[in-house]
Design a protein around this ligand. Sequence first.
Ligand SMILES: [Zn+2]
Length: 437
Amino acid sequence: MPVKPYMLHPHIEAAPRKEIEKLQLQRLRETVKRAYENVPFYHKKLKEAGIKPEDIRSLEDVRKLPFTYKDDLRQNYPYGLLAVPIEDVVEIHASSGTTGKPTIVAYTSKDLENWAELMARSFAAGGVSRGDIVYIALGYHWFTGGLGFHYGAQKLGALAVPAGTGYTQRHVMMIRDLGATVLGAVPNYALRLAEVALEMGIDPAKDTRISVGFLGAEMWSEEMRKRINKLWDMDSYDIYGMSELYGPGTAVECHLHDGLHVWEDHYLVEVVDPKTGEPLEPEEEGVLVVTPLTHDAMPLIRYWTNDITKLLDTTSCDCGRTMRKIARIKGRADDMLIINGVNVFPQAIELVVLSQPWASPYYQIVVEREGELDRLYVYVEANRKLDEKEKERLAEQLKHQLRETIIVTPRVIIVDPGQLPRQEGGKAKRVIDKRKM
Ligand SMILES: [Zn+2]
């Protein structure tokens, strides 16, 4: 179903660049001042860097400011970075720290309004409006996905279904029975839901009304998108965000699917060299650094997202929006595998694997140390039963194709349908690095 380009607030989303930048500068200065005056951590940090809030006179001056890292949030656990009294906080979320303390993010009611606005705009970019039924198969707990989608859908006047994850068969039934039109999920769960539906004899493309998906929170390639779109007969939108930036809704694709528009009246983005922290030119790949411009409870300055992307070299888009675009996230800097000295992004492997007509969307990457060498294994589930000879031939073919793309020679193992593990909702574990275990 083609989606009409739709802007919730054209006067902001398509404002002249000058106006956007003027607003950004004003808000940047306010943010730095509030952080300096109300958060002891930032007061100290700025003092050490020899910077006062009044030194910020242009947007480029943001580069004088120090970065904030995830570890700074951990060090200030739980409430150390608040710029408001705790009585003003109405909600908190926490990121799933794999080790040590989680990172807490806090919201005032003003923050929740902002977040709802950003998510509403993001949905609207995909044509969602009042009358839509938004099925939210995302966690409704510490994770920001569920509630972020929820607030945004309700802000638009759409019906928000707080489904959560797990109970996959039940979700399939409810999606069909409720007549849900929009699906919110992590990409791998959108895939899993479709697989379970087919097992139940329900064709998600024909037997449900889902026509738009908003997917994010994990790495997914264009090949994966094609497969998910086909299974559901829907148009899926990549949405970006993280709990430190409220949650989902920092940036989203428009209907042209050529990069994600950053909501620049709320976020100032830079892409920097991961090693030196120096700013990069548009089209140069590096780490995304974001300064939220409207965070009330917890202002952050130059937050190091660790996500690898680039700024696109244009501020105009055929959709009419003037907000800058970033490329789809290539992966997190710490997702990058170093295999015998070669940098490999799992996404590059996914692209090649999923371009094989015989491959199901289920695959797994395993890295092991064997003696002095790293060894890369790629397990791929076939979409039908193949005989051993056929498996060997196709594995050999895929091995060569992968070598050409990633420079490393993997061992490819093709397995029968249903052999690889499935996740019931959370982010998928596609990569197992046994060197780190
Ligand atoms: Zn656009």
